[in-house]
Design a protein around this ligand. Sequence first.
Ligand SMILES: [Zn+2]
Length: 158
Amino acid sequence: MTSPRLKDRTSTDLLVVHCSATGSADIGKREITQWHLKRGFVTIGYHYVIRRDGTLETGRRESELGAHAVGHNHNSIGICMVGGVDAKGKPADNFQKAQWDTLRVLLSQLKARYSSARIVGHRDLSPDLNRDGKVTPNEFTKACPSFDISAWLKKNPL
Ligand SMILES: [Zn+2]
């Protein structure tokens, strides 16, 4: 499949980490592309996918406009970790060591290219309802990516 040529972003201020909201299934770019085509996207919405075994797959070209975070696509890169829900479909931090290793390498490389970009989880982009300058768990409108990326970065500096 040849990917359509998409518009480029003008800036990159955010690196947004998502999950696929799947369980332990070994899915990746191919499956996610099918879901996104069904939703009417021209191709997969993310720039990168990290499979359960840590394999990195490229979705949209890194310079292209993504479709992964409403209101933030014009200035962000979207990374999807495969997993993120338990057998009952509830949000769960069930990612594998190989995935964390790949995430760390990818984020380090992206930070080298976009040094001022902020690393956030999708849920951290929920509206700050009480306008106190931070988005707290009671304000999350979604669970994605099912883990606290700032806590992870503190424990695992790039
Ligand atoms: Zn998401």
